[in-house]
Design a protein around this ligand. Sequence first.
Ligand SMILES: [Zn+2]
Length: 170
Amino acid sequence: MTKWPVYKSEEQQERESVEYVFGLTGGELADESFAGYAYNYEGVPEYAESDFPDKWDTEYQTVIVTGGGFLPNPVETLEHAGQTYKLVQHFMSRGETDCPVCGAGGNGVDWWAEEFKAEHGRPPQLNDECGLCETRYADMPGYLYIGEGYEAVYRLVTDAVPNDEVEEDY
Ligand SMILES: [Zn+2]
């Protein structure tokens, strides 16, 4: 069994899976972990921006938790780099999507087969796999499934009085 695409490591494959499932393929995910969460980014989820009208002058951090059946509840407070963050809201995800490489909603099986051939110098056989979703050629188009998860949005806690409250206090 041969794969395409070929990932450097399982971590890289998993990271890319998380990016696609949560719609974060624009490089949003931070390279560094945040309060122990490997998958995180500054700000709030794009689909939920209207829930956070103060997002322009408030520091939000979103962390992603995956794991399917034994999902822990989001913790109320995060500590990171000497700062405290409080949970504001979290958004569930079914943790699945069409595979962007070989799936019906992605580039598709024919494209995958051509790329496979270009990489390995032969057409794929039925048991060769998509490197991202691990679907066999015989079973394509593929589906990417990482298990149920959520995005939890945290707000930076500060002692200072927010600017807009000061202005309203004339
Ligand atoms: Zn695939």
